[in-house]
Write a new protein. Structure first.
Length: 147
């Protein structure tokens, strides 16, 4: 049966949503990727950040890492990419890169281009501008006339 009458509306009979908590990327955790699996993670970069450092370690096969600002990267569209070889390596994005590091959400794509599964550790680090100490305020002591 085809419902193509103008002005008629349909209804959804059943909808199921499964929500998973986001991983804390700054704490680091182990990730397992099946052969040819692509996974997307994210990290929120604050305005004072000057460096986003993505490190992978304890790897047995090469892994491709992709970064993109505000939009998930694909295998062909990304801001920065690196192939990380065993036993580990890093991808760094700074304010000096093109495009530069900007505040906001960065999506991190990790892709296993191999024919075997792999597990790796991924701690992500943010380099921040050093906090300036508050300006020194000296108190002027007023001395009255000496007796």
């Amino acid at each position: 049966m085809i419902d193509n009458a103008l002005g008629h509306t349909g209804q959804v009979e059943d909808l199921r949503i499964r929500i998973f908590p986001a991983r804390d990327l700054l704490a680091g955790s182990f990730v397992t990727l099946a052969p040819n699996q692509y996974d997307i993670l994210y990290v929120d970069v604050p305005p004072e950040a000057v460096l986003l450092h993505v490190a992978l370690s304890q790897m047995t096969v090469p892994i491709d890492v992709f970064l993109r600002h505000e939009v998930p990267p694909t295998l062909t569209v990304f801001d920065k990419h690196a192939r990380i070889s065993p036993p580990g390596g890093e991808l760094t994005l700074s304010r000096a890169d093109i495009p530069p590091l900007r505040p906001g959400r960065y999506f991190i794509g990790v892709y296993n281009p191999n024919a075997q599964s792999t597990t790796f550790l991924h701690p992500w680090l943010l380099g921040r501008r050093p906090q300036r100490p508050p300006p020194h305020r000296s108190r002027r002591h007023q001395h009255g006339p000496r007796p």
